[in-house]
Design a protein around this ligand. Sequence first.
Ligand code: GTP
Ligand code: MG
Length: 202
Amino acid sequence: AQVVQAEFIKSSVRTEDCPSDGLPEFALVGRSNVGKSSLLNSLVRRKKLALTSKKPGKTQCINHFKVNDSWYLVDLPGYGYASAPQELRTDWNKFTKDYFLNRSTLVSVFLLIDASIPAKKIDLEYASWLGQNQVPMTLIFTKCDKRKKKRNGGKRPEENVNEFQELIRGFFETAPPWIMTSGVTNQGRDEMLLHMAQLRNY
Ligand code: GTP
Ligand code: MG
């Protein structure tokens, strides 16, 4: 299940504008700085695929990357910018919600969670919304290479991962699948590719 080819296709602001070829897709979403672009680049083994399409002022877009000519990785706008007012941080874009609820080719949303820090309220809210709306989701823990630091409460990534799953348990009928990753060591890359291949073949 390796990536042999990947290319940027288009940026869309509405679900209706997304590619209409019916290929299955997986959407990456998470707080700003969680490591979305790094993970995408790690998955496709390209240093700058996600960055090359990132234009200033285009952060509000749904970005489609076609892989092996047969499925899509979708980069969504990050949420929770530390400098934004609270209402803006929680009221994430209407079109992102619309995309989650109405994109028929969306196989699973990959919710990225930083495993190097304790659970954030905004991430729990996001997981809760996805669970309540029964959007298929996979938890992707990022930065699992980061070791314990005093300033993040002295927790190891494994402990943060367990705590996060404990905190979201009530939001889901069955616990979502989860994968530990690192864009630095490429931990979890093969597991993610295999997971996506399995989901596509259902
Ligand atoms: P925005 O596009 O601003 O929303 O951020 P993003 O989610 O795309 O995060 P990005 O990939 O740009 O990474 C943010 C920072 O975290 C950068 O300084 C990365 O080098 C660092 N980073 C990303 N992934 C990892 C990881 O797996 N391990 C470590 N140690 N650092 C990482
Ligand atoms: Mg990015």
